[in-house]
Design a binder for this molecule. Structure first.
Ligand code: NAD
Length: 455
């Protein structure tokens, strides 16, 4: 269902009227297209808290954005970059990366303010601010305090920056292990990801990567891929080179076949709640698979007082129990090849709670618990990472069925003042499924335009 308010505010009279009435002013987001695959402008690399020891410059240079590095009040072009101008240049940067990993006390935290205060206003529309932080040091409560302070800083800046710009925090210790994450956050692919804190380990099981077609030669299975978000995920993974298996229920077999044919993949008709679903997937893919996307999900909303047991159990079965069962079965059979990726679909309703969704909220919080617990073991025992995306309000058939006023509230109650598109969840999923994302494990990343619901 089209967002008419967004179309209206894109017109001059619409902008004028809504500004006069003090209503939300959503900016049209720049998303990835083949013609415009990267951000349009330069990247400004700043440091707070002294030199951090991260070898960031070569990684930033490989984003393809002309980079200017600012240190001690000067701005210079960096490796591979053709940057000109300074922070006070005529056109603002398309992206700012602030390396704050060296911030260890409150005085150094002032450098975060000093670095970003003069440049934030000039960041281009649909631009990116990425703050880099260090893991919290359990033996140094001053370092832990100010590194945690970065989260409140980033989330607050995300809420005030406007104009379709996003602000995220990455906790890392090694720049090259975080390359896929930085490329994602510094690209139009992350248009609807804001206010997130993403942890990246020092290393991951990554091999050589073709950045243009990273999933070439890999097989990806997407559950619930006949339509909606799952279809967009299948499409994006196929665009990245994967052979995609489109799984959906028998009632959606025709749509599943149509999607599979369009993507050069194959269709698998299966109700994921079947007790032997994992075994049947393994039998269908005797050579194994590389990417498993648990996307199938349903809602059966009612307040708890009115909810029959059947509504409870059907949601828990599709959204959580089947994810647990098929994951266990496929890992036990060794069906996921080393270097494999599992991405499950949670929801902000599971992180923040939602009236009328005790069943759905429980199931989606369960997905987050599954991811956090299984991730270290799946990596140690199978070389497989396990992460989740947690979509907010995404424009699909599921949300088109939501009553008008709740739908409008869902669309506007986030920092970007609009709903996301299935492709936003798909691009985030593809980043987590990327062969170079092995150091990203056990993360639950919200794709919600920084919804006001939950943290
Ligand atoms: P959708 O209803 O449009 O699509 C879901 C797909 O899953 C359908 O094709 C359906 O046939 C399939 N499916 C359902 N039960 C199945 C089963 N037992 N076995 C196999 N396939 C099954 O939903 P969507 O909006 O695209 O949502 C996709 C996922 O994203 C779901 O897990 C949903 O909970 C989650 N999510 C969506 C939103 C949103 O705003 N749309 C927000 C948060 C989370």
């Amino acid at each position: 269902m089209a967002d008419r308010y967004l179309s209206f505010t894109a017109t001059a009279p619409g902008r004028f009227l809504t500004a006069r009435l003090g209503l939300p002013q959503p900016a049209a987001l720049s998303r990835w297209t083949a013609e415009r695959p990267s951000l349009d402008g330069r990247l400004l690399h700043l440091t707070a808290g002294g030199p951090s020891g991260l070898d960031l410059a070569p990684v930033l240079a490989r984003t393809g954005l002309p980079t200017a590095t600012e240190a001690a009040g000067t701005t210079t072009g960096s490796t591979g970059g053709s940057a000109t101008g300074s922070t006070a240049g005529s056109t603002g940067p398309a992206a700012v990366v602030l390396d704050a990993t060296g911030v260890r006390d409150v005085d150094a935290l002032a450098e975060v303010h000093a670095a970003l205060h003069p440049v934030v206003r000039s960041v281009a529309a649909s631009g990116r601010v990425v703050v880099l932080g260090a893991p919290l040091d359990a033996r140094d409560h001053h370092q832990a305090a100010v590194q945690q302070a970065l989260e409140g800083f980033v989330r607050s800046l995300g809420k005030e920056i406007g104009r379709g710009r996003t602000v995220n925090l990455v906790r890392l210790t090694d720049a090259s292990a975080a390359e896929s994450t930085l490329r994602f956050l510094l690209s139009p692919r992350s248009a609807y990801v804001s206010g997130q804190v993403i942890g990246v380990a020092a290393e991951g099981p990554d091999g050589p990567v073709d950045w243009d077609l990273p999933l070439t030669g890999r097989t990806a299975l997407v559950t619930g891929a006949a339509r909606g978000i799952g279809e967009a995920v299948a499409e994006t993974l196929a665009r990245y080179g994967a052979h995609v298996v489109v799984l959906d229920v028998p009632q959606a077999a025709e749509d599943a076949r149509r999607v599979a044919a369009r993507l050069g993949g194959s269709a698998l008709t299966l109700d994921i709640t079947a007790a032997d679903a994992g075994e049947r997937i393994a039998a269908e893919l005797p050579d194994g698979l590389d990417v498993l996307i648990h996307n199938a999900g349903i809602t059966r909303d009612r307040r708890l007082v009115n909810m029959p047991a059947e509504r409870w159990s059907s949601v828990l079965d599709v959204n959580l129990a089947s994810v647990l069962r098929t994951t266990d079965a496929l890992l036990a059979k060794g069906a996921l090849r080393a270097g494999g990726r599992i991405v499950a679909t949670a929801s902000i309703a599971g992180l923040a709670g939602n009236a009328g969704q005790t069943n759905y909220g429980a199931s989606k919080a369960g997905v987050a618990g599954l991811v956090r617990s299984l991730a270290p073991r799946a990596l140690a025992e199978h070389g497989v990472t396990v992460n989740a995306v947690a979509p907010g309000f995404i424009e699909t058939r599921m949300t088109a069925a939501v009553p008008l006023f709740i739908r409008e509230a869902g669309r506007r109650m986030n920092s970007l003042a609009q709903g996301g598109l299935p492709v936003d969840v798909a691009e985030t999923t593809a980043w987590l499924a990327h062969p170079a994302s092995g150091a990203v494990n056990g993360q639950v990343v919200r794709v919600c335009g920084q919804s006001l619901l939950g943290a």
